[in-house]
Design a protein around this ligand. Structure first.
Ligand code: FES
Length: 103
């Protein structure tokens, strides 16, 4: 059992489990969870890297305000992981910097 599992599993009732793919690796998410919550529960803290210094960023506000949780989800860049529900088979990629959607 990882540290993340211990912290986030006590007293929590989760929905039906399914797999999502994060940077080519499968992890388990549960119905009703955001991508950010699923990644945090799996022990994953880094969701993107800053443009200039390539510093790691992760969940910060958790309510859609700070933009620190932007990831590429099913090919769509700048998706807020804290505001987007995980869906079975969704493909998520760690993002470097802000991506122009037309690029
Ligand atoms: S964590 Fe702040 S917008 Fe997602």
């Amino acid at each position: 059992m990882s540290r993340g599992e211990r912290i986030f599993s006590r007293g929590v009732e989760r929905g039906k489990p399914f797999e999502i793919e994060v940077d080519g690796k499968k992890i388990v998410a549960y119905e009703g969870e955001t991508i950010g919550a699923a990644l945090l529960a799996a022990g994953r803290r880094t969701l993107r890297f800053t443009n200039k210094l390539e510093q790691p960023r992760g969940l910060y506000c958790g309510i859609g305000l700070c933009q620190e949780c932007r990831m590429t989800v099913d090919g769509i860049p700048n998706t807020q992981a804290c505001q987007t529900l995980a869906t079975p088979g969704c493909r998520i990629e760690t993002q470097k910097s802000f991506k122009n959607r037309e690029a």
